[in-house]
Design a protein around this ligand. Structure first.
Ligand code: MN
Length: 233
């Protein structure tokens, strides 16, 4: 039986009929790794989310805009673009309920920042304004831009990827500041920015700052989805 992987949708309403969506890369990555993708729109009722999670074997948390800084008791930086308030409520309910029920989770970009904040951590709201670094983490002109990421050998991430240095794409302007409870940082760029986290005392919780779903032609990146599928069986 292939596991069913819930994928949280992004949400937009400006200038259009309000719509929930994800880039197709996410569902294709789940299919390529041997799972069945299942898109999740905004659902705000906790009991509905609890019931829904009984039907789902694992969770893929996608990229998006920024976590509202009031979630970690900070004022909004001018470069911070928050997700829609309904998506914020829906995503936090989904993450908190998934963690309570110990669902396997793979989190990507905003998804990683969301998990970090849900576990009590905080974020660098804008790397360019807050960190002195020669490394570009968001190149708005080049969607295929990559930088090197160094992976800690003493980590599940290293076991999954099987290399201590990989090239990863980078389209994030925020990053983890204070780590959430239980999380361990397992990968960094040379400037010290956290590129991946995992939770040791949890069945499977992995968060990466890059977009492996756009690089699944590389076995290093496809391996992350295979690990989620394996943990969800
Ligand atoms: Mn980066």
């Amino acid at each position: 039986m292939k596991p069913i992987i819930g994928i949280n949708c992004d949400y937009e309403e400006e200038g259009k009929q309000p719509y929930s969506f994800t880039n197709r890369d996410y569902s294709e990555a789940v299919i390529a790794a041997g799972g069945i993708p299942f898109l999740l729109p905004i659902i705000k009722d906790k009991n509905d989310v609890k019931f829904l999670l009984k039907k789902i074997d694992g969770l893929l948390l996608t990229g998006g805009n920024d976590v509202p800084p009031q979630r970690y008791s900070e004022e909004r930086h001018e470069k911070t673009v928050c997700v829609h308030p309904d998506k914020d409520i829906s995503d936090f309910t989904l993450v908190e309920t998934s963690i309570q029920t110990k669902k396997p989770i793979l989190a990507i970009c905003y998804g990683t920042q969301l998990v970090n904040v849900a576990l009590g951590g905080s974020l660098i709201q804008d790397i360019l304004s807050e960190v002195k670094t020669p490394i570009i983490h968001k190149d708005s002109k080049n969607e295929r831009y990559t930088h090197a990421v160094t992976i800690e050998k003493n980590s599940l991430l290293y076991q999954i990827i099987g290399a201590d240095c990989i090239e990863a794409n980078s389209t994030h302007h925020q990053a983890i500041k204070r780590l959430g409870n239980g999380l361990k940082d397992t990968a960094h760029t040379e400037d010290g920015i956290i590129e991946a986290v995992e939770w040791k005392d949890y069945p499977f919780l992995m968060g990466v700052q890059w977009h492996p779903e756009r690089m699944t032609d590389s076995p290093h990146h496809l391996a992350l989805f295979k690990a989620l599928i394996k943990a969800s069986k």
